[in-house]
Design a protein around this ligand. Structure first.
Ligand SMILES: NC(=O)c1ccc[n+]([C@@H]2O[C@H](COP(=O)([O-])OP(=O)(O)OC[C@H]3O[C@@H](n4cnc5c(N)ncnc54)[C@H](OP(=O)(O)O)[C@@H]3O)[C@@H](O)[C@H]2O)c1
Length: 405
């Protein structure tokens, strides 16, 4: 069926802040790739194509597809024209549903950058079975949330089994060593989710469930709620604070475990930020915990919200190329069982949200389009859909996935 399709890959949202970065990466992808630019505004897409062609002349011939994300017929036409859709059109809660449904029905593979847990739950409930039948691999969270967590845990467990004969039971990911800013689209997505949770008790319930993305969201396991306050980790000898992305990453890691059939006995997973064991480390952990709570309060008070909106980037805006170039991150994932301990380090010398995320999303899209993957269809995760093949691809573009004892 897919051999008859006009394109291998369509990038939807190529005119946005993150979409442009992904387009630049795809333009430099090695090998033959029949790809196209898509969005809602032809003139803007033509301008992006002309920019790309300055660097890579072959891009002057890139086909352009025009469609509005809220139109079911436009999304069906895009899904039918390609083997894979890669989308940066967000907030996904607002703009993403028609495209996921169209891809699930058409048997078209799909990847995105959402971090919106309640929306992913809706997509699982509405389209998982359809995607299983059509063979469409629907892969959410193919950026900084949640690829380092999801693929890092996969690597840790495989290596732990190889070295000790059993997988880790308690796994913790420590974030915090990083530099990067966020874009208008990310801010709009975060605000959209906070606003929806404020008025809808079902969404609040979904956000609070540790296994919200398991096939059965009421699944009972060893994990409870995400970290809420400042803590101290004896093994790492570090102060810890809540990590804002834990609410999505932990659910994706647990869904990967669930889709594999729960192979790791007593598996428990959490994410925190970590800071050095010093007065300064404690001050930063305390400051971050307070800032997070303050941000949530500010979104609910009209005068403070207006100030917040003024200071945050607007849609289409984000960090400058210089700011992106100064970015980096290191994530340490620590696994333990019965005295055995293993550490996986995931890192990149690029800012997490855009420099590194554009590598991750473009490689996920290329992996779906070009690699032989044994996985069937469904609403999947990076680990369950692409696993080690994607780790290899990411290593080749500069990410580090290293095992340490
Ligand atoms: N998970 C991660 O690590 C990560 C990292 C980065 C970004 N993100 C997510 O990626 C998304 C995009 O962020 P961004 O900063 O790149 O956003 P952005 O600059 O605002 O771009 C949004 C894109 O969506 C398009 N769009 C908006 N409404 C549309 C519609 N009705 N039909 C078709 N296209 C439409 C815009 O087209 P126009 O140009 O025509 O307006 C633009 O191309 C956000 O949801 C963000 O949270 C996630």
């Amino acid at each position: 069926m897919s051999a008859a399709r006009a394109h291998d890959l369509v990038l939807f949202g190529a005119t946005g802040y993150t979409g442009r970065l992904v387009a630049e990466r795809l333009a430099h992808a090695p090998g033959a790739l029949r790809w196209a630019l898509a969005g809602r505004d032809r003139a803007k897409l033509e301008a992006i194509r002309a920019e790309l062609a300055k660097d890579v002349p072959a891009c002057a011939a890139l086909p352009i597809l025009v469609g509005d994300a809220t139109s079911a017929s436009d999304m069906a036409a895009i899904a039918a024209a390609t083997k894979v859709v890669c989308t940066t059109v967000g907030p996904y809660t607002k703009y993403g549903s028609e495209l996921v449904g169209a891809c699930a029905r058409a048997g078209t593979d799909y990847c995105d950058l959402t971090g919106e847990t309640p929306w992913i739950r809706q997509m699982i409930d509405a389209h998982h079975e359809t995607a299983v039948k059509s063979g469409a691999r629907i892969d959410h969270c193919c950026g900084f949330d949640s690829i380092p967590s999801d693929l890092g845990v996969l690597l840790l467990q495989e290596e732990m089994k190889r070295r000790t004969g059993h997988p880790a039971a308690k796994v913790t990911a420590f974030f915090g060593e990083s530099r990067g800013k966020f874009s208008g689209g990310t801010f709009a997505s975060m605000l959209g989710m906070i606003d929806a949770a404020a008025v809808d008790p079902e969404i609040r319930k979904s956000l609070g469930r540790p296994y919200a993305l398991d096939p059965d969201p009421r699944h009972q396991g060893p994990d409870g709620s995400d970290a809420k306050g400042v803590g101290y980790d004896r093994d790492l000898r570090a102060f810890t604070a809540p990590f804002v992305m834990a609410a999505i990453n932990t659910r994706i890691v647990r869904r990967s475990h669930a889709l594999a059939g729960y192979p790791w006995p007593d598996f428990s997973y959490r994410e925190v930020m970590s800071f050095p064991r010093s007065a300064r480390g404690l001050a930063i952990a305390t400051g971050i915990t307070g800032a997070l709570a303050g941000f949530l309060v500010a979104t609910r008070i009209p005068a403070l919200r207006a100030q917040l909106l003024k200071r945050m980037p607007a849609p289409g805006e984000g960090p400058t190329p210089e700011e992106r170039a100064r970015g980096y991150y290191v994530v340490r994932i620590v696994g333990e069982r019965d005295g055995d301990r293993l550490v996986v380090r995931v890192s990149d010398k690029a800012d997490p949200g855009y420099g590194s995320t554009s590598k991750m999303l473009s490689q996920a899209a290329l992996c779906l389009a070009q690699d032989h993957l044994p996985t069937g269809g469904g609403v999947l995760t990076p680990a369950s859909a692409m696993g080690f093949r994607l780790i290899e691809r990411l290593r080749a573009v500069g990410l580090t996935f290293e095992v340490d004892r």
